[in-house]
Write a protein that binds this ligand. Structure first.
Ligand SMILES: Nc1ncnc2c1ncn2[C@@H]1O[C@H](COP(=O)(O)OP(=O)(O)OP(=O)(O)O)[C@@H](O)[C@H]1O
Ligand SMILES: [Mg+2]
Length: 398
Protein backbone atom coordinates (compact mmCIF):
# COMPACT_ATOMS: atom_id res chain seq x y z
CA UNK A 1 0.00 0.00 0.00
CA UNK A 2 1.42 3.36 -1.05
CA UNK A 3 0.41 6.70 0.41
CA UNK A 4 1.41 9.84 -1.46
CA UNK A 5 2.33 12.97 0.44
CA UNK A 6 2.27 16.15 -1.61
CA UNK A 7 3.23 19.81 -1.52
CA UNK A 8 3.48 21.83 1.65
CA UNK A 9 2.38 19.68 4.60
CA UNK A 10 1.80 22.14 7.46
CA UNK A 11 -0.75 22.81 10.22
CA UNK A 12 -3.20 24.45 7.85
CA UNK A 13 -3.93 21.22 5.97
CA UNK A 14 -2.79 18.53 8.39
CA UNK A 15 -6.30 17.66 9.66
CA UNK A 16 -7.50 17.17 6.10
CA UNK A 17 -4.48 15.05 5.15
CA UNK A 18 -4.87 12.89 8.23
CA UNK A 19 -8.54 12.27 7.43
CA UNK A 20 -7.59 11.25 3.91
CA UNK A 21 -4.88 8.87 5.08
CA UNK A 22 -7.17 7.30 7.68
CA UNK A 23 -9.67 6.64 4.92
CA UNK A 24 -7.01 4.99 2.76
CA UNK A 25 -5.91 2.78 5.64
CA UNK A 26 -9.37 1.92 6.94
CA UNK A 27 -9.33 -1.67 5.69
CA UNK A 28 -5.58 -2.27 5.68
CA UNK A 29 -4.17 -5.00 7.90
CA UNK A 30 -1.53 -3.98 10.50
CA UNK A 31 1.04 -6.40 8.99
CA UNK A 32 0.85 -4.74 5.57
CA UNK A 33 3.88 -2.89 4.12
CA UNK A 34 3.14 0.81 3.93
CA UNK A 35 5.19 2.97 1.60
CA UNK A 36 5.01 6.71 2.21
CA UNK A 37 5.99 8.18 -1.15
CA UNK A 38 7.41 11.69 -0.67
CA UNK A 39 8.47 12.32 -4.27
CA UNK A 40 6.08 15.30 -4.44
CA UNK A 41 6.49 16.52 -0.87
CA UNK A 42 8.23 19.92 -0.59
CA UNK A 43 7.88 20.67 3.11
CA UNK A 44 6.79 18.93 6.31
CA UNK A 45 5.95 20.63 9.60
CA UNK A 46 5.89 19.10 13.09
CA UNK A 47 2.20 18.29 12.77
CA UNK A 48 3.03 16.41 9.56
CA UNK A 49 5.78 14.51 11.34
CA UNK A 50 3.28 13.45 14.00
CA UNK A 51 1.03 11.90 11.36
CA UNK A 52 3.95 9.68 10.31
CA UNK A 53 4.58 8.59 13.90
CA UNK A 54 0.89 7.69 14.15
CA UNK A 55 1.02 5.51 11.03
CA UNK A 56 4.21 3.79 12.21
CA UNK A 57 2.48 2.88 15.52
CA UNK A 58 -0.31 1.04 13.70
CA UNK A 59 1.84 -0.25 10.82
CA UNK A 60 5.35 -1.26 11.93
CA UNK A 61 6.33 -2.11 8.33
CA UNK A 62 6.35 1.46 7.14
CA UNK A 63 9.02 2.98 4.89
CA UNK A 64 9.30 6.57 3.78
CA UNK A 65 10.74 6.85 0.27
CA UNK A 66 11.79 9.37 -2.40
CA UNK A 67 12.52 12.05 0.19
CA UNK A 68 13.98 15.32 -1.16
CA UNK A 69 17.17 16.68 0.40
CA UNK A 70 15.26 19.53 2.14
CA UNK A 71 12.69 17.22 3.67
CA UNK A 72 15.39 14.70 4.58
CA UNK A 73 17.21 17.44 6.51
CA UNK A 74 14.08 17.91 8.63
CA UNK A 75 13.90 14.17 9.32
CA UNK A 76 17.54 14.14 10.30
CA UNK A 77 17.38 17.25 12.47
CA UNK A 78 14.44 15.87 14.43
CA UNK A 79 16.05 12.45 14.91
CA UNK A 80 13.32 10.78 12.83
CA UNK A 81 15.96 9.07 10.70
CA UNK A 82 16.91 7.10 13.80
CA UNK A 83 13.45 5.71 14.46
CA UNK A 84 11.91 5.44 10.98
CA UNK A 85 13.09 3.77 7.75
CA UNK A 86 13.61 6.86 5.59
CA UNK A 87 15.14 6.72 2.10
CA UNK A 88 16.33 9.70 0.14
CA UNK A 89 15.25 10.28 -3.44
CA UNK A 90 18.09 9.53 -5.82
CA UNK A 91 19.40 12.09 -8.26
CA UNK A 92 18.33 11.22 -11.78
CA UNK A 93 20.54 11.13 -14.84
CA UNK A 94 20.14 10.45 -18.54
CA UNK A 95 23.07 8.23 -19.59
CA UNK A 96 22.52 8.96 -23.29
CA UNK A 97 23.89 12.45 -22.64
CA UNK A 98 27.06 11.14 -20.94
CA UNK A 99 30.35 10.09 -22.52
CA UNK A 100 31.32 6.41 -22.10
CA UNK A 101 34.78 6.23 -20.51
CA UNK A 102 35.32 2.52 -20.27
CA UNK A 103 33.71 -0.86 -20.02
CA UNK A 104 34.75 -3.99 -18.13
CA UNK A 105 33.22 -7.40 -17.69
CA UNK A 106 30.44 -6.22 -15.41
CA UNK A 107 30.34 -2.48 -15.48
CA UNK A 108 30.39 0.56 -17.72
CA UNK A 109 31.68 3.95 -16.61
CA UNK A 110 30.34 7.29 -17.90
CA UNK A 111 31.38 10.86 -17.23
CA UNK A 112 28.59 12.98 -15.71
CA UNK A 113 30.50 16.29 -15.57
CA UNK A 114 33.99 17.60 -14.78
CA UNK A 115 33.75 16.39 -11.20
CA UNK A 116 31.88 13.11 -11.34
CA UNK A 117 31.72 9.76 -13.09
CA UNK A 118 29.02 7.12 -12.77
CA UNK A 119 29.52 3.37 -12.89
CA UNK A 120 26.55 1.29 -13.95
CA UNK A 121 26.02 -2.41 -14.10
CA UNK A 122 25.81 -4.06 -17.52
CA UNK A 123 23.98 -7.07 -16.12
CA UNK A 124 20.40 -7.27 -14.94
CA UNK A 125 19.74 -7.05 -11.23
CA UNK A 126 23.27 -6.53 -10.00
CA UNK A 127 22.61 -3.10 -8.54
CA UNK A 128 23.16 -4.51 -5.04
CA UNK A 129 26.66 -5.60 -5.97
CA UNK A 130 27.34 -2.17 -7.44
CA UNK A 131 26.12 -0.37 -4.32
CA UNK A 132 28.29 -2.71 -2.27
CA UNK A 133 31.22 -1.66 -4.44
CA UNK A 134 30.56 2.03 -3.76
CA UNK A 135 30.52 1.29 -0.01
CA UNK A 136 33.81 -0.57 -0.42
CA UNK A 137 35.39 2.37 -2.26
CA UNK A 138 34.27 4.74 0.52
CA UNK A 139 35.60 2.41 3.22
CA UNK A 140 38.87 1.90 1.33
CA UNK A 141 39.33 5.67 1.00
CA UNK A 142 38.72 6.14 4.72
CA UNK A 143 41.18 3.35 5.53
CA UNK A 144 43.87 5.33 3.70
CA UNK A 145 43.99 3.44 0.41
CA UNK A 146 44.74 5.77 -2.50
CA UNK A 147 41.44 5.76 -4.37
CA UNK A 148 38.66 8.06 -5.53
CA UNK A 149 36.04 9.68 -3.31
CA UNK A 150 32.73 7.84 -3.48
CA UNK A 151 29.52 9.89 -3.61
CA UNK A 152 25.86 8.91 -3.90
CA UNK A 153 23.82 6.34 -5.75
CA UNK A 154 22.00 7.73 -8.76
CA UNK A 155 18.88 6.77 -10.72
CA UNK A 156 19.78 6.04 -14.35
CA UNK A 157 16.23 5.27 -15.48
CA UNK A 158 14.65 1.93 -16.44
CA UNK A 159 15.00 0.85 -12.83
CA UNK A 160 18.81 0.90 -13.00
CA UNK A 161 21.10 2.51 -10.51
CA UNK A 162 24.61 3.88 -10.84
CA UNK A 163 27.27 4.76 -8.34
CA UNK A 164 28.82 8.22 -8.48
CA UNK A 165 32.48 8.78 -7.82
CA UNK A 166 35.04 11.53 -8.11
CA UNK A 167 36.27 11.88 -11.69
CA UNK A 168 39.99 11.72 -12.20
CA UNK A 169 41.08 13.62 -15.26
CA UNK A 170 43.86 11.27 -16.28
CA UNK A 171 43.96 7.95 -18.05
CA UNK A 172 44.51 4.41 -16.77
CA UNK A 173 48.05 3.23 -16.13
CA UNK A 174 47.65 0.85 -19.09
CA UNK A 175 46.76 3.69 -21.47
CA UNK A 176 49.53 5.84 -20.02
CA UNK A 177 52.29 3.32 -20.66
CA UNK A 178 50.94 2.19 -24.01
CA UNK A 179 51.36 5.81 -25.20
CA UNK A 180 55.02 5.65 -24.26
CA UNK A 181 56.50 2.39 -22.88
CA UNK A 182 59.50 4.37 -21.55
CA UNK A 183 57.17 5.66 -18.86
CA UNK A 184 57.26 2.23 -17.18
CA UNK A 185 60.53 3.04 -15.46
CA UNK A 186 59.12 6.03 -13.58
CA UNK A 187 55.76 4.58 -12.78
CA UNK A 188 56.67 1.05 -11.62
CA UNK A 189 58.07 2.19 -8.24
CA UNK A 190 54.79 4.06 -7.66
CA UNK A 191 52.74 1.00 -8.64
CA UNK A 192 54.74 -1.16 -6.20
CA UNK A 193 54.34 1.42 -3.44
CA UNK A 194 50.59 1.64 -4.08
CA UNK A 195 50.19 -2.05 -3.27
CA UNK A 196 52.78 -2.11 -0.48
CA UNK A 197 50.88 0.66 1.28
CA UNK A 198 47.42 -0.83 0.62
CA UNK A 199 48.35 -4.41 1.51
CA UNK A 200 49.85 -3.26 4.82
CA UNK A 201 46.40 -2.19 6.03
CA UNK A 202 44.59 -4.69 8.24
CA UNK A 203 40.85 -4.74 7.67
CA UNK A 204 38.04 -5.68 10.02
CA UNK A 205 35.12 -4.32 8.01
CA UNK A 206 32.38 -6.76 6.97
CA UNK A 207 32.33 -4.95 3.60
CA UNK A 208 35.43 -6.94 2.62
CA UNK A 209 35.11 -10.71 2.42
CA UNK A 210 37.83 -13.27 3.04
CA UNK A 211 39.30 -13.93 -0.40
CA UNK A 212 40.31 -17.53 0.32
CA UNK A 213 36.74 -18.30 1.36
CA UNK A 214 35.44 -16.50 -1.71
CA UNK A 215 37.71 -18.53 -4.00
CA UNK A 216 36.60 -21.77 -2.28
CA UNK A 217 32.98 -20.77 -2.83
CA UNK A 218 33.60 -20.84 -6.62
CA UNK A 219 34.44 -24.54 -6.34
CA UNK A 220 30.98 -25.28 -4.99
CA UNK A 221 28.98 -23.50 -7.71
CA UNK A 222 26.46 -25.69 -9.54
CA UNK A 223 27.71 -24.44 -12.93
CA UNK A 224 31.38 -25.25 -12.18
CA UNK A 225 33.37 -26.88 -14.97
CA UNK A 226 35.33 -29.34 -12.80
CA UNK A 227 34.55 -32.65 -11.11
CA UNK A 228 34.82 -33.39 -7.37
CA UNK A 229 38.36 -34.67 -7.62
CA UNK A 230 39.56 -31.57 -9.47
CA UNK A 231 37.71 -29.33 -7.04
CA UNK A 232 39.56 -31.09 -4.20
CA UNK A 233 42.93 -30.26 -5.82
CA UNK A 234 42.05 -26.57 -6.14
CA UNK A 235 40.63 -26.52 -2.63
CA UNK A 236 43.81 -28.07 -1.28
CA UNK A 237 45.96 -25.51 -3.10
CA UNK A 238 44.38 -22.71 -1.10
CA UNK A 239 45.54 -24.34 2.13
CA UNK A 240 49.06 -23.25 1.15
CA UNK A 241 48.06 -19.60 1.41
CA UNK A 242 48.30 -18.36 5.02
CA UNK A 243 45.17 -16.80 6.55
CA UNK A 244 45.43 -13.06 7.01
CA UNK A 245 43.24 -9.95 7.10
CA UNK A 246 45.25 -7.52 5.03
CA UNK A 247 43.52 -5.43 2.39
CA UNK A 248 43.73 -7.10 -1.03
CA UNK A 249 42.39 -5.29 -4.10
CA UNK A 250 42.58 -8.56 -6.05
CA UNK A 251 42.18 -7.02 -9.48
CA UNK A 252 45.14 -4.65 -9.61
CA UNK A 253 46.04 -4.88 -13.29
CA UNK A 254 47.12 -1.70 -15.09
CA UNK A 255 43.56 -1.00 -16.33
CA UNK A 256 42.38 -0.64 -12.73
CA UNK A 257 45.05 1.81 -11.69
CA UNK A 258 44.38 5.41 -12.66
CA UNK A 259 46.93 8.13 -13.12
CA UNK A 260 46.32 11.30 -11.15
CA UNK A 261 47.95 14.71 -10.79
CA UNK A 262 50.06 17.02 -12.88
CA UNK A 263 52.58 15.93 -15.49
CA UNK A 264 55.61 16.22 -13.20
CA UNK A 265 53.79 14.93 -10.14
CA UNK A 266 51.97 11.90 -11.50
CA UNK A 267 50.52 9.52 -8.97
CA UNK A 268 48.56 6.31 -9.08
CA UNK A 269 45.22 5.35 -7.55
CA UNK A 270 43.24 2.15 -7.33
CA UNK A 271 39.74 1.86 -8.78
CA UNK A 272 37.32 -1.02 -9.42
CA UNK A 273 36.93 -2.72 -6.03
CA UNK A 274 34.49 -5.40 -7.25
CA UNK A 275 36.82 -8.29 -6.29
CA UNK A 276 38.39 -6.70 -3.20
CA UNK A 277 38.65 -8.44 0.11
CA UNK A 278 41.07 -9.51 2.79
CA UNK A 279 43.86 -12.04 2.81
CA UNK A 280 47.59 -12.60 2.63
CA UNK A 281 49.53 -10.20 0.33
CA UNK A 282 50.51 -13.14 -1.94
CA UNK A 283 46.89 -12.99 -3.12
CA UNK A 284 47.50 -9.46 -4.43
CA UNK A 285 50.02 -10.94 -6.84
CA UNK A 286 47.39 -13.45 -7.98
CA UNK A 287 45.01 -10.50 -8.45
CA UNK A 288 47.16 -8.88 -11.15
CA UNK A 289 49.20 -11.85 -12.42
CA UNK A 290 46.19 -13.81 -13.69
CA UNK A 291 45.76 -11.22 -16.44
CA UNK A 292 49.12 -9.42 -16.58
CA UNK A 293 51.03 -12.71 -16.87
CA UNK A 294 48.47 -14.70 -18.72
CA UNK A 295 49.83 -18.09 -19.88
CA UNK A 296 51.44 -18.09 -23.33
CA UNK A 297 48.44 -19.77 -24.96
CA UNK A 298 46.45 -16.65 -24.08
CA UNK A 299 48.68 -14.32 -26.06
CA UNK A 300 46.06 -13.59 -28.70
CA UNK A 301 43.40 -12.97 -26.13
CA UNK A 302 42.01 -9.56 -27.13
CA UNK A 303 39.73 -9.46 -24.10
CA UNK A 304 42.70 -9.11 -21.74
CA UNK A 305 44.19 -6.50 -24.03
CA UNK A 306 40.99 -4.46 -23.90
CA UNK A 307 40.71 -4.73 -20.13
CA UNK A 308 44.33 -3.79 -19.37
CA UNK A 309 44.88 -1.42 -22.28
CA UNK A 310 48.20 -3.04 -23.26
CA UNK A 311 49.39 -6.00 -25.32
CA UNK A 312 50.44 -9.38 -24.00
CA UNK A 313 54.11 -8.52 -24.69
CA UNK A 314 53.91 -5.19 -22.91
CA UNK A 315 52.15 -6.77 -19.93
CA UNK A 316 54.99 -9.28 -19.59
CA UNK A 317 57.61 -6.58 -19.93
CA UNK A 318 55.88 -4.50 -17.25
CA UNK A 319 55.72 -7.46 -14.85
CA UNK A 320 59.32 -8.40 -15.44
CA UNK A 321 60.52 -4.90 -14.61
CA UNK A 322 58.17 -4.72 -11.68
CA UNK A 323 59.19 -8.05 -10.13
CA UNK A 324 62.88 -7.15 -10.57
CA UNK A 325 62.29 -3.90 -8.73
CA UNK A 326 59.99 -5.38 -6.10
CA UNK A 327 62.35 -8.21 -5.10
CA UNK A 328 65.65 -6.45 -5.96
CA UNK A 329 66.61 -9.02 -8.61
CA UNK A 330 69.44 -8.29 -11.03
CA UNK A 331 70.20 -11.80 -12.27
CA UNK A 332 68.28 -12.59 -15.50
CA UNK A 333 67.88 -16.33 -14.76
CA UNK A 334 66.60 -15.69 -11.28
CA UNK A 335 64.17 -13.15 -12.72
CA UNK A 336 62.91 -15.71 -15.27
CA UNK A 337 62.10 -18.04 -12.39
CA UNK A 338 60.30 -15.38 -10.39
CA UNK A 339 58.27 -14.21 -13.39
CA UNK A 340 57.20 -17.81 -13.98
CA UNK A 341 56.35 -18.23 -10.29
CA UNK A 342 54.20 -15.09 -10.40
CA UNK A 343 52.46 -16.52 -13.48
CA UNK A 344 51.74 -19.69 -11.48
CA UNK A 345 50.38 -17.60 -8.58
CA UNK A 346 47.94 -16.10 -11.10
CA UNK A 347 46.13 -19.45 -11.20
CA UNK A 348 45.01 -18.68 -7.65
CA UNK A 349 42.57 -16.31 -9.24
CA UNK A 350 41.91 -17.49 -12.78
CA UNK A 351 41.24 -21.19 -12.11
CA UNK A 352 38.67 -20.31 -9.46
CA UNK A 353 36.73 -17.43 -10.99
CA UNK A 354 36.59 -19.40 -14.27
CA UNK A 355 34.10 -21.71 -12.51
CA UNK A 356 31.68 -18.80 -12.23
CA UNK A 357 32.17 -17.31 -15.71
CA UNK A 358 33.16 -20.05 -18.16
CA UNK A 359 29.72 -21.66 -18.60
CA UNK A 360 28.24 -18.34 -19.75
CA UNK A 361 30.97 -17.20 -22.13
CA UNK A 362 29.85 -17.11 -25.74
CA UNK A 363 33.23 -16.53 -27.41
CA UNK A 364 34.43 -20.12 -28.08
CA UNK A 365 38.10 -19.17 -28.11
CA UNK A 366 37.89 -17.50 -24.74
CA UNK A 367 35.83 -20.34 -23.34
CA UNK A 368 38.48 -22.87 -24.42
CA UNK A 369 41.19 -20.66 -23.01
CA UNK A 370 39.51 -20.68 -19.60
CA UNK A 371 38.97 -24.45 -19.72
CA UNK A 372 42.68 -24.88 -20.41
CA UNK A 373 43.60 -22.51 -17.58
CA UNK A 374 41.59 -24.63 -15.15
CA UNK A 375 43.10 -27.85 -16.50
CA UNK A 376 46.65 -26.43 -16.26
CA UNK A 377 46.11 -25.18 -12.71
CA UNK A 378 45.18 -28.70 -11.64
CA UNK A 379 48.14 -30.30 -13.44
CA UNK A 380 50.56 -27.66 -12.16
CA UNK A 381 49.26 -27.72 -8.57
CA UNK A 382 52.52 -29.11 -7.08
CA UNK A 383 54.54 -26.41 -8.85
CA UNK A 384 52.09 -23.72 -7.79
CA UNK A 385 52.55 -24.79 -4.17
CA UNK A 386 56.32 -24.36 -4.48
CA UNK A 387 55.81 -20.94 -6.10
CA UNK A 388 53.52 -19.82 -3.27
CA UNK A 389 56.13 -20.65 -0.62
CA UNK A 390 58.98 -19.15 -2.59
CA UNK A 391 57.17 -15.86 -3.25
CA UNK A 392 55.94 -15.64 0.35
CA UNK A 393 59.56 -15.95 1.48
CA UNK A 394 60.53 -13.15 -0.89
CA UNK A 395 57.67 -10.94 0.33
CA UNK A 396 58.94 -11.39 3.89
CA UNK A 397 62.38 -10.20 2.90
CA UNK A 398 61.39 -6.91 1.25
N1 LIG B 1 36.98 7.84 -11.13
C1 LIG B 1 37.25 7.76 -12.43
N2 LIG B 1 37.70 8.83 -13.09
C2 LIG B 1 37.98 8.76 -14.43
N3 LIG B 1 37.85 7.65 -15.17
C3 LIG B 1 37.40 6.54 -14.57
C4 LIG B 1 37.09 6.52 -13.17
N4 LIG B 1 36.67 5.29 -12.84
C5 LIG B 1 36.72 4.57 -13.98
N5 LIG B 1 37.16 5.30 -15.02
C6 LIG B 1 37.34 4.84 -16.40
O1 LIG B 1 36.48 3.75 -16.67
C7 LIG B 1 37.20 2.53 -16.87
C8 LIG B 1 36.46 1.36 -16.25
O2 LIG B 1 36.30 1.55 -14.85
P1 LIG B 1 36.26 0.33 -13.83
O3 LIG B 1 37.55 -0.41 -13.93
O4 LIG B 1 35.83 0.82 -12.49
O5 LIG B 1 35.06 -0.51 -14.37
P2 LIG B 1 34.98 -1.85 -15.20
O6 LIG B 1 36.35 -2.41 -15.43
O7 LIG B 1 34.11 -1.52 -16.32
O8 LIG B 1 34.21 -2.70 -14.22
P3 LIG B 1 34.22 -4.23 -13.87
O9 LIG B 1 35.67 -4.69 -13.90
O10 LIG B 1 33.61 -4.19 -12.49
O11 LIG B 1 33.39 -4.86 -14.91
C9 LIG B 1 38.57 2.80 -16.27
O12 LIG B 1 39.58 2.03 -16.87
C10 LIG B 1 38.75 4.29 -16.55
O13 LIG B 1 39.16 4.52 -17.87
MG1 LIG C 1 38.18 -2.39 -14.38
Amino acid sequence: MTIQLKGHLDTSIVAEVKKDIDAQLSNVDATEHIVIDCSELDYISSSGLRILIGIKKSYPNMVITEVSTDVYNVFEMTGFTRILDIRKALRKIDLSTCKLLGEGGNGAVYRINDEEIVKVSKREQSDDKLIHESEQVREAFLMGIPTVISFDTIDCGNGHKGIVMEALDSQSLGAYISEDPQRMDDIIPKYIELFRQSNAIEVNSPLFHDIKEWLRWHLTLPQRIINDEEAAVLNDLLNEVPDSNHFIHFDGHVGNVLMHGEQDDRNVMLIDFGDSGTGHPILEIAGWAFIMLEPEHGRNNVISQNITGITHEMRRKFCRKMLAEMFHITDAKELDTVVYQAELIGYLKSAYIAQRHAPYIKDEKFKNFLARVVHDAITLAPEIKVAIHSIIARLQNV
